[in-house]
Write a protein that binds this ligand. Structure first.
Ligand SMILES: [Fe+2]
Length: 266
């Protein structure tokens, strides 16, 4: 069985799909069984209608689509940029799961953006909405940890605060999941991670976004975001003390070199 792979330009040329993900317009170039055991053309074929999909489902569990020859390639490429899990051997993706994960990513990042705006303008952020978003993230990670993690490195380069928060949330959830955390523990962990850097909204943009070396004064101002984040979470009144502690302590280091308290050890 061959693997999905990108061509020389890095573009994905072939993708492995579960048959339930076949769509009209896709070009099937390989099956999970010999062509001669099926009624299909040896050269591959385009899926013309749903009847073809039903027929493929009778013979196969997985198939491979030629992305270039598929009329839905832009859709797939958009969801699955080169460098994603399509390059991994024997990995199958389920389009509906990716669509759902992408929807949760967008919803969560937009929500964080809204929360930051609310705090910036002195409003009370709706933390309940953040809890609901994290609950969706937990569900997605429990269903398929890989899919959510693939959405993280693909989207983290723009420095978008919502995306950075989402990334932290997903990494924390996946690690928590691997450690055997319960759903409620994951939800606490996830909301703590999602909101851990909220205090940055209190830092003036010209200091926060400065590209050159920070002065000692600017550095000390930035370092106030840990306590600021803790205060935001505490004032919400609907989050655990753990979430406030995560915000307060997320720049502490084991050797005591972190801030704001210079804590050491565990
Ligand atoms: Fe931070």
């Amino acid at each position: 069985m061959s693997e999905s792979k990108p061509n020389n330009s890095g573009k994905i040329e072939k993708a492995r799909l579960h048959v339930s993900d076949l769509r009209v317009g896709m070009y099937v170039c390989e099956l999970d069984r010999p062509w001669l055991e099926t009624p299909f053309s040896l050269q591959g074929f385009e899926v013309d209608d749903d009847e073809v999909i039903d027929e493929v489902m009778q013979y196969c569990q997985h198939d491979y689509i030629d992305v270039d020859r598929s009329k839905v390639d832009d859709f797939i490429i958009d969801l699955l940029p080169p460098g994603s899990f399509l390059n991994k051997k024997s990995t199958t993706f389920q389009i509906k799961d990716i669509e759902q994960a992408e929807s949760i990513r967008k919803q969560t990042t937009n929500l964080v953006k809204t929360l930051l705006e609310e705090i910036r303008y002195g409003m009370s952020p709706d933390i309940q909405l953040a809890k609901l978003a994290v609950s969706e993230c937990v569900g997605s990670v429990l269903r398929n940890p890989e899919i959510m993690t693939f959405l993280v490195p693909l989207r983290s380069k723009d420095g978008h605060a919502g995306q950075e928060a989402f990334n932290a949330c997903i990494y924390a959830l996946v690690i928590g999941h691997l450690l055997g955390f319960s759903s409620s523990q994951l939800e606490n962990l996830g909301i703590s991670a999602l909101l851990h850097d909220m205090g940055k909204v209190l830092i003036p943009d010209d200091i926060l976004n400065k590209t050159g070396k920070l002065t000692d004064e600017e550095l000390s101002i930035i370092q106030t975001h840990s306590r600021g984040g803790r205060d935001i979470i505490m004032s919400s009144g609907c989050l655990s003390i753990g979430a406030a502690e995560v915000a307060h302590g997320h720049h502490e280091n084991l050797d005591g070199s972190g801030y704001p308290r210079g804590l050491q050890g565990d």
